[in-house]
Design a protein around this ligand. Structure first.
Ligand code: FAD
Length: 426
C-alpha cells in the first residue's frame, strides 16, 4: 500500500464490523497502517518504531494536536525490545521519582484498548514478588506502603497466602525458603506485538507517517542545533528530533559526540512447550534472578539476568541460559521436565541508576527517551505520554520531572535498586 492512499485507513474495529465482513467475504478490511515513504520535512521526527516511539507519536497527535510527525524505524516496527520482552506490566516501584510515573502507566494500560480501539490483550492477572527473609519482608512492606501512597494497589502475603496462589513452588528451599510475597493484583501482562500494532494503527489514523526500513545514520546540524536526520532513504528535516531507540541510543548519539550514562547489554527470554493453565500470574524470584508467567497459548515464559558484557547484538550466550534454568529449578523444580521451545535476546539501555531519562536536549532540537533497563515495556504508555508532553511543551511533565539527564551531573540520581543500577555488576 502506498503513502498516498491515506483514505484507505483501517475502519473502526467493532462487533458490527466483524459481522459485516463475515457476511461480505472479508473484503472490507484495510491494512492497519499506511506504509509511508519519508517526506522531506516534518514538525517532529521520532527515531525508533518500538512501543515508546509509536506511543510518543500517538500522544503527540492525540494530546497536543501535532500530526506532522514521522516515526522512522530501521527494520519493521516492534522488531526491537518491544517485540522481544516478556510482556510484564506492573507499577510496584519504591522511589517517589519512579512510582507515580509507573502508576500513571498502569492507569493508561487499564484504558488502552478502548483508547486505541485495539485488543492489546491486557490481562491483570497479578504480579507476585517472593521474599525469603525477615529483612526482605521489611523491604517489601516499605515498598508496598510507598505504592499505596502513590495510589497503587499492593498486598503483603505470608507463606500460606503464596501457597494458595502457587502451590507448585518449593517453599522449603534450603537456601531461599519462601516466607511470603508482595502481590500487585492490578499488574499482569499485555500482548507486546499487539501494543505496537495498536499504537501504530492509532497514530496512523491521526496522520502520523510510520516509515519502516529507514535507518537513521546521522544528524543534520545547523549552528549547533539538530535540524533533521540522515537516513538510508535520504535526509529528512525536522523542527524537533526525538530519540526512542533503547539499546541503540549510544550508537546514535555518538554521531553527535555525546556520551550518555547508558550501557547496552543483551537480555534473554525463554518459552517452553504449551501446558494446561499452571502459573496464575507473574511470579518473580529476585534472589535467584528468575521470573515466570504463562502465555495465553500455554507456554511458560521466563527470564533472568542480563549478559555481563556490553554488546549491541540482539542475542545472548549459553552461561545465562544455564543460570536462568538453575534459578527456575531452585524455586520451581517441576520445570525440570519441561521442553524449552525458543529463546531470544533484546538490547537493553541500562542507565547508571536503574531509572529512565525522558528529557529535552542536551542539544537544541534534540529530545531523549532512554534508560529503560529491564523494564521499559510496562512504561510504554506513560513514556509515550510524557515524552510527547516534553517534546510539545519543551519541558518535562511533573511525572517525568525526575528523569532529567543532568541528574547524573548534579547527583540527584534515582537509585531504584533491583532494576539494573550498575549493570557492570550483573
Ligand atoms: C528479553 C527481554 C525481556 C523483557 N521483559 C520485560 C518485561 O517483562 N516487562 C517490561 O516492562 N520490560 C521488559 N523488557 C524491557 C522492554 O522490552 C524495553 O525496555 C522496552 O520495550 C523498550 O521499548 P522501546 O520502544 O524504547 O525500544 P525498542 O522496542 O527496542 O525500540 C527501539 C527501536 O529503534 C529502532 N532503531 C534502532 N536504531 C535505529 C536507527 N538508527 N534508526 C531507526 N531506528 C532505529 C530499533 O530497530 C527498534 O525497533 C524486556 C526486554 C527484553 C530484551
Amino acid at each position: 500500500m502506498s503513502a498516498s492512499s491515506s483514505v484507505n485507513w483501517s475502519p473502526h474495529y467493532s462487533a458490527f464490523g466483524l459481522l459485516a465482513n463475515a457476511l461480505t467475504g472479508q473484503k472490507g478490511w484495510r491494512p492497519a497502517w499506511r506504509d509511508a515513504a519519508p517526506k522531506p520535512a516534518y514538525d517532529v521526527i521520532v527515531v525508533g518504531g518500538g512501543g515508546h516511539g509509536l506511543a510518543t507519536a500517538y500522544y503527540l497527535a492525540k494530546e497536543h494536536g501535532i500530526t506532522n510527525v514521522a516515526v522512522l524505524e530501521k527494520g519493521h516496527i516492534g522488531s526491537g525490545n518491544a517485540g522481544r520482552n516478556t510482556t510484564i506490566i506492573r507499577s510496584n516501584y519504591l522511589l517517589p521519582g519512579n512510582e507515580p510515573f509507573y502508576e500513571w502507566s498502569m492507569k493508561l494500560w487499564e484504558g488502552l484498548e478502548a483508547d486505541l480501539n485495539f485488543n492489546a490483550m491486557v490481562s491483570q492477572r497479578g504480579v507476585l514478588n517472593l521474599f525469603h527473609s525477615d529483612p526482605q519482608r521489611d523491604a517489601y512492606a516499605r515498598r508496598a506502603n510507598a505504592m499505596r501512597l502513590a495510589g497503587a494497589d499492593s498486598e503483603l502475603l505470608d507463606a500460606d497466602g503464596v501457597r494458595a496462589l502457587a502451590p507448585f513452588l518449593d517453599f522449603a528451599n534450603a537456601r531461599f525458603p519462601i516466607k511470603g510475597g508482595l502481590l500487585q493484583k492490578r499488574g499482569g501482562t499485555a500482548r507486546h506485538d499487539a501494543v505496537v500494532w495498536g499504537y501504530a494503527r492509532a497514530a496512523d489514523r491521526r496522520g502520523v507517517d510510520i516509515v519502516q526500513n529507514c535507518e537513521v545514520t546521522g544528524f543534520l546540524r545547523e549552528n549547533g542545533a539538530v535540524v533533521g536526520v540522515e537516513t538510508t532513504r535520504g535526509p529528512v528535516r525536522a523542527g524537533k528530533v526525538a530519540l526512542a531507540v533503547a539499546g541503540s541510543t549510544s550508537r546514535l548519539t555518538r554521531h553527535l559526540d555525546l556520551r550518555l550514562p547508558i550501557e547496552s547489554h543483551a537480555l534473554q527470554a525463554f518459552v517452553s512447550e504449551g501446558l494446561k493453565p499452571l502459573v496464575p500470574g507473574v511470579i518473580t524470584f529476585g534472589m535467584g534472578h528468575f521470573y515466570i508467567s504463562q502465555s495465553d497459548k500455554g507456554g511458560l515464559v521466563f527470564g533472568g539476568d542480563i549478559e555481563g558484557y556490553n554488546t549491541y547484538a540482539q542475542r545472548g550466550n549459553l552461561p545465562v541460559v544455564e543460570d536462568v534454568c538453575e534459578g527456575g529449578m531452585a524455586i520451581m523444580p517441576l520445570i525440570g521436565r519441561l521442553r524449552m521451545l525458543r529463546s531470544w535476546g533484546g538490547l537493553l539501555d541500562m542507565s547508571m541508576d536503574g531509572s529512565p531519562i525522558i528529557d529535552v536536549g542536551p542539544l537544541p532540537g534534540l529530545y531523549l527517551n532512554t534508560g529503560w533497563n529491564y523494564g521499559g515495556f510496562k512504561a510504554t504508555p506513560a513514556s509515550g505520554w510524557c515524552f510527547a508532553h516534553t517534546i510539545a511543551r519543551d519541558a518535562p511533565h511533573a511525572l517525568n520531572a525526575a528523569f532529567r539527564l543532568d541528574r547524573f551531573r548534579s547527583g540527584h540520581v534515582i537509585d531504584e535498586k533491583g532494576v539494573g543500577a550498575q549493570p557492570n555488576l550483573h
